[in-house]
Design a protein around this ligand. Structure first.
Ligand SMILES: Nc1ncnc2c1ncn2[C@@H]1O[C@H](COP(=O)(O)OP(=O)(O)O)[C@@H](O)[C@H]1O
Ligand SMILES: N[C@@H](CCC(=O)OP(=O)(O)O)C(=O)O
Length: 369
């Protein structure tokens, strides 16, 4: 293994590799991925697997005309999940563990920390964590929605050194190669900006995949900002895995940031989502410049949405400029009350007694990143 620096990797496997014909699971393409996982582990690299495919694996148990129904899709996921997990499990002579997560779990700091601890504990006991979204319980509000982004959140939670996204295509092309014969493969991406996103189309069309290339770029952006080497590779071919083991790049490599964000800042920026907004004016900008991030009620113009103590809020200016995402120490109700006080003295005394409005331990400065 030529990647001695990879202490821990996350491998994401797309639906097309698991259930290529929507006729249940097939181990056809999984054999070389399993072999890669075995060889990584033998070389001392810990592995976390993020596996899609429950919906595709369960699809054959339901009539075609019902498959667009959301409740039926969840049933397909529930039925396909057991088949998917047992297909993986049969390929290993070490134990695996199923972890089903939702965004509601990941964006809650306490549950997130618990997920981290579980991953580390499984790895310490040489058990392979196999993660998927818990599709049966999700709603639009609760879900990550695609396993590319989920794998990046898991890679950050696991403090992984590398994220390998196995897809049905060689990597990121400058345009969709299925639509354009002259599309060129990008071997390396150092900066992820709008021009990179413009290369991907929308959500996946036709096949069994969900997110398409866009969600893979989103995942790469999340991962590289955490200092994680990210690859999109073709999971259909064994060559991809042999190249990775030799330290070569078989697809598209996204270079990690030199100065990764701190774990808690990364979580706030990329995993947590804002439950409400606080619109500010005046000196808050300056306190950000000084890195003190102290928000006072006199700077608040408006409070939008309903949030509780501990929820993440977005602090922004009236013109829409996003300043920070932060953990609120006040509920929206209390913050509205204090921000609408005409008596400044009462408000500042209240804040002195109750403590700062936003927690300085969980602040992601959106302007600077
Ligand atoms: N610029 C691009 N480069 C590569 N693939 C692209 C691009 N734009 C869109 N795609 C599509 O994204 C698909 C891969 O995403 P998806 O179907 O979700 O796969 P997976 O199941 O592996 O997540 C490709 O097969 C291709 O059709
Ligand atoms: N949680 C879903 C996977 C959703 C998903 O992102 O699929 P894919 O684009 O194939 O990685 C499932 O198990 O079917």
């Amino acid at each position: 293994m030529s990647h001695p620096n990879w202490k821990r990797v996350v491998i994401k496997v797309g639906s097309a590799l698991i259930a290529p014909n929507q006729q249940g699971c097939s181990s056809h393409y999984l054999l070389s991925i399993a072999q890669f996982i075995v060889r990584c582990r033998a070389a001392g690299t810990q592995v976390v697997l993020v596996s899609s495919g429950s919906v595709a694996a369960g699809a054959h148990m339901f009539p075609d005309q019902e498959k667009s129904n959301i409740a039926v899709k969840k049933a397909m996921a529930a039925a396909g999940q057991t088949e998917m997990i047992s297909t993986w499990d049969k390929l290993f002579d070490f134990p695996s563990a199923q972890m089903l997560l939702t965004h509601a779990d990941l964006r809650d700091r306490e549950r997130y920390v618990s997920i981290r601890e579980t991953i580390f504990s499984l790895l310490d006991h040489n058990i392979l964590p196999i993660v998927n979204e818990n599709d049966t319980v999700t709603t639009d509000k609760l879900k990550v929605g695609d396993n590319d982004n989920l794998s990046a959140m898991v890679a950050a939670a696991a403090d992984a050194d590398a994220l390998i996204i196995c897809s049905d295509i060689d990597g990121l092309y400058d345009k969709n190669p299925h639509d354009h014969d002259d599309a060129k493969l990008l071997k390396r991406v150092d900066t992820i900006d709008e021009s990179i996103y413009a290369m991907a189309g929308g959500a996946a069309k036709g096949g069994v995949g969900t997110g398409g290339m866009r969600t893979k770029i989103e995942a790469a952006e999340k991962a590289v900002s955490h200092g994680i080497d990210t690859y999109i590779i073709n999971g259909f071919t064994e060559l991809s895995f042999n190249m990775l083991l030799k330290g070569e790049n078989p697809g598209t490599h996204f270079s990690p940031y030199d100065k990764p964000m701190l774990e808690n800042v990364h979580w706030m920026r990329h995993t947590s989502n804002a439950q409400g907004e606080v619109i500010v004016e005046g000196d808050f900008d300056e306190s950000l410049e000084r890195d003190s991030e102290q928000l006072t009620s006199s700077e608040i113009i408006d409070v939008k949405g309903e949030f509780s103590v501990g929820d993440t809020i977005l602090v922004r200016k009236e013109d829409g400029t996003k300043l920070v995402k932060a953990k609120s120490n006040y509920s929206s109700c209390l913050l509205n009350f204090i921000a609408n006080q005409d008596n400044d003295e009462f408000a500042s005394e209240f804040e002195e007694k109750t403590g700062p409005i936003i927690s300085d331990q969980h602040v992601a400065n959106l302007e600077k990143e």
